[in-house]
Design a protein around this ligand. Structure first.
Ligand code: GLP
Length: 241
């Protein structure tokens, strides 16, 4: 695993955006796996900035997002569909038909997860998967205890995740209880993985995930078994290694 230590959030975001840019420049028709959460927002801002300066072209890029809340409509400002459009897709020249997320409005979980998994396979897999890290070690919405061999599936969110994400909703009651997520197996099939982490609050989980034993109780620990993982973290997140 390659570890890049950033001085702060802005530096982390620029370093991560540089790695994504390099991927797009080297393979203009690449498939990017994208993530939501607060951590990658600065990375998307930087990519938009470089696009506006004429340094990046998204016209050949295809994206597949990690996850989506089950039950939220696309116009709900907490849906990941909304997040991706407002933070990236609406500001660059990516073709709308080339951006993909699980459809949270599809009530039939088995049907939607099978559709999404086969879509990823039909695109030839993910060239570069961007990941954030949950406080409990989750990646996508693969919560502790998730089987490593799972493909896209429907998950029941853990209380700690509902708690962590309630800040974006009016109350914890409004946070959806389920989500569709790429499974660990789907994530591990990406050719390259880029993990972004910042802040002291993630220092314990960074240590456990990347320097502790590989165990389903820390889902991100499986990344130690992938042959092309890059971790870009700020000094605070790396402070307990
Ligand atoms: C959510 C997302 C994850 C993300 C995590 C961490 O649960 N499903 O993909 O990595 O939050 O979010 P944050 O970056 O806001 O800490």
């Amino acid at each position: 695993m390659k570890i890049y230590k950033a001085t702060d959030y802005r530096d982390m975001s620029r370093k991560a955006a540089n790695i994504i840019s390099a991927q797009i420049i080297m393979k203009p028709d690449c498939v990017l796996g994208l993530a939501t959460g607060s951590t990658p927002i600065g990375t998307y801002e930087q990519l938009v900035d470089w696009y506006k300066k004429g340094d990046l072209d998204f016209s050949g890029v295809t994206t597949v997002n990690l996850d989506e809340y089950k039950g939220l409509t696309k116009d709900n400002d907490q849906s990941y569909y909304y997040f991706m459009h407002s933070n990236l897709f609406d500001h660059v020249n990516i073709l709308p038909e080339n951006t993909h997320l699980p459809d949270g409005t599809e009530p039939d979980s088995a049907k939607e997860c099978a559709r999404y998994e086969s879509l990823i396979q039909s695109l030839g897999g993910v060239d570069l998967q961007l990941l954030g890290l949950g406080h409990n070690g989750h990646i996508g919405f693969n919560e502790p205890g998730a089987a490593f061999e799972k493909e896209t599936h429907c998950v029941d969110l853990q209380e700690s995740t509902i708690e962590a994400n309630k800040r974006f909703f009016n109350s914890a009651d409004e946070v959806p209880r389920q989500a569709y997520t790429m499974g660990i197996k789907t994530i591990m099939q990406a050719k390259k993985i880029l993990v972004v982490v910042n802040g002291e609050g993630k220092a314990d989980i960074v240590r456990d995930a990347f320097f502790g034993p590989v165990t389903p109780s820390v889902p991100a620990s499986i990344l130690q078994m992938h042959n092309d993982v890059t971790l870009v973290a700020d000094a605070a997140a790396l402070s307990k290694m």
